[in-house]
Design a protein around this ligand. Structure first.
Ligand code: SAM
Length: 279
């Protein structure tokens, strides 16, 4: 199946004016109005045929339009702002049966319940909830084919950071433990209306096949919280809250005088498995 023909739609600026969709800071609203940029993000998400796609925060629907212009089977768009939900109803009418709009808080919704596989998540995320949304989806990564997500550039750099760098921390370890993470595209403030204060960047996530399961994921969350909570400390001190830190580190074959930021993802994986077996 190829992508369906694009229906005639009002411009995004007209949609914004018609529905009184002036951007609200409290909702992290910075809209992408350039159809070419929206199309680039949709195409960065990879093959779409037969896929169901979750979009969080469609706003006036620029990226939603681009997603509907792919061969995706269905787009489920979750939006907190009622004004945008009305604007999206018009878009749904232009793409019959392919757009489901849900008015609600994406933090409370599970993509695995909303979509049938193969599932993708594609979103220009609201800055204020980008990190908790990502961590929630990483827990469910085994059920997702990919995620293509826009964050503030600084968050994107933390997600893709290598060990021994300032940006390497809890978020990067969790993300790179579960997914191959690639920084795909950086966008200047002027690409958005209204422009944010900082650059933004799109990160691609392709989950690894092996699923750690919820107990090991929870162990990794505890471990990374403790390790990076006191990142300047040696691990034998930083991990004290998890029990006998010396014993934990020696069982994982890691020297107690190392610091969290020097550990590779594989070393974090070893430590999390030992932590899990020691309860
Ligand atoms: N996708 C649109 C675009 O690219 O132009 C808008 C992106 S804007 C950065 C983020 C959107 O997320 C806003 O429309 C905002 O109302 C919505 N939003 C904020 N918090 C949300 C939440 N918890 N659940 C669902 N949507 C949310």
């Amino acid at each position: 199946m190829s992508a369906p023909a694009t229906p005639a739609l009002p411009s995004l600026r007209e949609t914004i004016a018609r529905h009184g969709l002036e951007a609200r800071k409290s909702l992290g609203q910075h809209f992408l109005l350039d159809p070419a940029l929206c199309a680039r993000i949709a195409s960065a998400a990879g093959p779409m045929e037969g896929r169901q796609v979750l979009e969080v925060g469609p706003g006036p629907g620029g990226l939603t339009r681009a997603l509907l212009d792919t061969a995706a089977e269905k787009v489920v768009a979750v939006e907190l702002d009622r004004r945008a939900v009305a604007a999206l109803a018009e878009l749904g009418a232009a793409y019959p049966g392919r757009l489901q709009v849900i008015e609600g808080d994406a933090l409370r919704l599970d993509p695995v319940v909303l979509l049938a596989p193969p599932r993708k998540v594609v979103a220009n995320l609201p800055y204020n909830v980008g990190t908790p949304l990502l961590v929630g989806w990483l827990r469910r990564a085994a059920a997702l084919e990919s995620m293509t997500l826009m964050f503030q550039q600084e968050v994107a750099e933390r997600i893709t950071a290598a060990p021994d760098t300032e940006a390497y921390g809890r978020l990067g370890v969790l993300a790179q433990w579960r997914c191959r993470c690639t920084l795909l595209l950086s966008l200047p403030p002027g690409a958005f209306s209204p422009p944010p204060k900082v650059w933004s960047a799109v990160v691609g996530f392709v989950p690894y096949e092996q699923d750690p399961g919820p107990a090991l994921f929870a162990a990794m969350e505890r471990l990374t919280a403790a390790a990076f909570g006191q990142r300047r400390k040696m691990l034998r001190g930083a991990l004290k809250s998890l029990g006998d830190a010396d014993e934990l580190l020696s069982a994982a074959g890691i020297a107690g005088d190392r610091r969290a930021e020097t550990l590779s993802i594989a070393e974090f994986d070893r430590l999390a498995r030992v932590l899990l077996t020691r309860g």
